[in-house]
Design a protein around this ligand. Structure first.
Ligand SMILES: Cc1cc2nc3c(=O)[nH]c(=O)nc-3n(C[C@H](O)[C@H](O)[C@H](O)COP(=O)(O)O)c2cc1C
Length: 367
């Protein structure tokens, strides 16, 4: 399979370095950003989920209606939508976009965040529910016949779905770094999402995901495709990129102290394993491998994807290629200066990576 690129959707001009408090959706910005990703050859854009944030389905539908090729990854927490409703909502959007929908499942990494929307299951139970949920959605997409479900978390009778995905089914992604995430994602995901860790740790995680897939009886040809996530800080030269990195870090620290960060200054340690792992690695030193930079992790309490890659376009491209060599097929890159960084990646990073892959005969896909 070719190497593909993922970005994240931003509904307005607010960024982590220049936040606009309580910014509403800016439809013109959303469309301009989505079209820029599409024009510069990104393959996917993730529409993230947060208990306090915009509805990914309507944002995703808007993106699909103004773009041609880019696929929309809808982040979905099972506690927020009954599975038969989710199956139809995703399939509806898939039909509207001619088969450009992917779903990224979030079991829920924080008890407090889950409780905000009425979910009081333990983490183990949340992963167990996720497993059942994915099985129901696949059945609903793939089966023409009405079916009953008598599971632990869901029971229903004679559900029949007339909204079928354009290509027969919808690609399922799972993210996380806990044993439970490896087990469920390894068994059921088409794509497995990871945050940016050093090469050695990433390799270890891939090995564990593949081992879980093996245990679930999946053949080698059917293992999940690996997605890794970075926040590149790119400039024309190494020197300029490092200066930009330190300006970015100063802004993150200043905003967090001023109450404008994604996490409060006194936030407790994160509960999800993915973030804990990033903070542990950050404690070992600022730079790992070629250019993987961790102070942005510490500055944000590892809230969401937070590991940077710092350097010239060539350094960023070479770093990405290191992960492709490890077996990553989907590379998520988004910056801190959201729109401008996406354009810089589209102009200077994606073409370099694709050219290098072409020379190696691996063929990066442009649409
Ligand atoms: C690539 C990627 C994207 C994610 N997107 C979201 C998101 O949009 N919303 C969210 O609440 N969690 C998101 N997560 C977090 C998780 O999917 C997951 O719930 C959490 O990390 C589980 O914790 P664990 O690492 O302990 O298994 C994302 C994780 C990854 C790796």
């Amino acid at each position: 399979m070719p190497t593909e690129f993922i970005s994240v959707t931003f509904p307005n001009a607010s960024t982590e370095i220049d936040p606009i408090p309580n910014a509403a959706i800016d439809p013109a910005y959303l469309v301009r950003y989505a079209r820029a990703l599409d024009d510069y050859g990104f393959n996917y854009t993730l529409v993230p989920y947060d208990s306090s944030y915009f509805d990914p389905f309507t944002i995703g539908a808007t993106i699909a209606s103004v773009t041609k090729n880019i696929k929309v990854i809808i982040a979905l927490r099972p506690n927020t939508l009954y599975p038969t409703v989710a199956a139809k909502a995703l399939a509806t959007l898939d039909q509207l976009s001619s088969g450009r929908v992917v779903v990224h499942f979030i079991a829920g990494g924080s008890d407090a965040e889950q409780a905000k929307e009425g979910d009081f299951l333990t983490k183990d139970q949340r992963y167990e529910r996720l497993e059942e949920y994915i099985r129901i959605l696949r059945r609903a997409w793939e089966s023409a016949d009405p079916f009953d479900w008598d599971g632990k978390h869901y029971q229903f009778k004679q559900f029949s779905n007339r909204v079928r995905p354009t290509n027969g089914t919808i690609t399922v992604s799972v993210g996380g770094s806990s044993d439970e995430a490896y087990r469920v994602g390894g068994a059921l995901a088409d794509i497995y999402g990871l945050w940016g860790e050093p090469l050695k740790e990433t390799k270890e995680q891939i090995t564990r995901i593949y081992a879980a897939a093996d245990r679930a009886g999946r053949p080698e040809s059917d293992r999940p495709r690996i997605w890794v996530t970075f926040r590149p800080i790119v400039a024309e030269t190494e020197e300029l990129a490092w200066a930009k990195a330190h300006r970015t870090l100063d802004a993150l620290n200043r905003n967090r102290q001023g109450g404008l960060g994604k996490t409060p200054a006194n936030a407790p340690p994160p509960q999800n394993v993915g973030s804990q792992r990033l903070l542990d690695i950050a404690a070992r030193g600022e730079v790992q491998d070629r250019a993987l930079w961790y102070p942005t992790v510490t500055a944000t309490n590892a809230r969401g994807a937070s590991t940077a890659l710092v350097g010239s376009p060539q350094t960023i491209a070479d770093s990405i290629l290191d992960y492709v060599d490890l077996g990553a097929e989907l590379i998520s890159i988004r910056g801190y200066d959201n729109f401008n960084d996406a354009v810089d990646y589209g102009r200077y990073v994606l073409p370099r990576v694709r050219e290098a892959l072409k020379l190696k005969g691996e063929g990066g896909q442009t649409s």
